[in-house]
Ligand binder design. Structure first.
Ligand SMILES: C[S@@+](CC[C@H](N)C(=O)[O-])C[C@H]1O[C@@H](n2cnc3c(N)ncnc32)[C@H](O)[C@@H]1O
Length: 201
């Protein structure tokens, strides 16, 4: 099972939400591709952060498309149901469990509320086939995935993300992932304390 957890690197995701909240004032919808989403912990965290930052009408205009290679083919079912054991929810900030999850059964499982479930669409997808799932995304989040790729594959993946972003859209990686030097001219780093890069025309 992929190593991840709810609210991992909340700091970076919060910055992204704040940038996209400003963009939402100028456009109808915000579309985000979360590439390498594991069993939904990261994209659902993003969704919860949006729910915290936006009113309910604004929140309905956020669409997250989550993908993973999902080698066992079972992530889709977990993500669709949105049921997680309590021990995977131990790092939630105060108040989040009560606000966004309901107790599902007697076995300490909790289910995400429908508003959060509905903000996400999932599909199985292999990044190493270099076929983007769409274009004109406002953001691509790809965290703790590229480090597993050979360097030439990292370059091709970051190029694919560039093509799938709208001009001004954001690429988000984990703090330790450097962008390949030959692609730096295609992005500008927009904040010092997180890896958020804006696509340059
Ligand atoms: C360490 S997890 C990262 C999960 C989450 N993004 C995070 O930062 O916590 C890495 C994920 O990348 C996925 N992955 C690995 N190779 C992939 C590929 N070629 N295409 C799509 N996803 C891939 C794995 O299945 C796994 O779920």
């Amino acid at each position: 099972m992929a190593f991840t957890f709810f609210f991992r690197d909340r700091h970076t995701l919060n910055h992204l939400v704040n940038f996209l909240k400003q963009d939402l004032e100028r456009q109808d919808t915000i579309r985000i591709w979360d590439a390498g989403c594991a069993m939904g912990q990261e994209p659902y965290t993003l969704s919860i952060l949006f729910a915290e930052a936006l009113n309910s009408d604004e929140f309905k205009r956020i669409k997250i498309e989550a993908t993973d290679i999902d080698e066992q083919g079972n992530y889709g079912e977990v993500i669709q149901k949105g049921i997680y054991p309590l021990d995977q929810l131990s790092r939630l900030p105060d108040g989040i469990l009560e606000k966004y999850f309901v107790k599902y059964d007697g076995a300490n499982n909790y289910k995400l509320i429908v508003q959060i479930l509905n903000s996400l669409e999932y599909q199985q997808h292999n990044l190493l086939e270099y076929q983007a799932i769409g274009q004109n995304f406002d953001a691509v989040v790809c965290k703790n995935v590229l480090l597993h790729f050979q360097f030439p594959d990292q370059v091709k993946a970051v190029n694919m993300f560039f093509d799938s972003l709208k001009v001004g859209g954001y690429l988000v990686t984990e703090q330790t992932q450097a962008l390949p030097a030959e692609l730096l001219h295609r992005y500008e780093k927009i904040i010092t304390d997180a890896n958020i890069f804006r696509k340059i025309q």
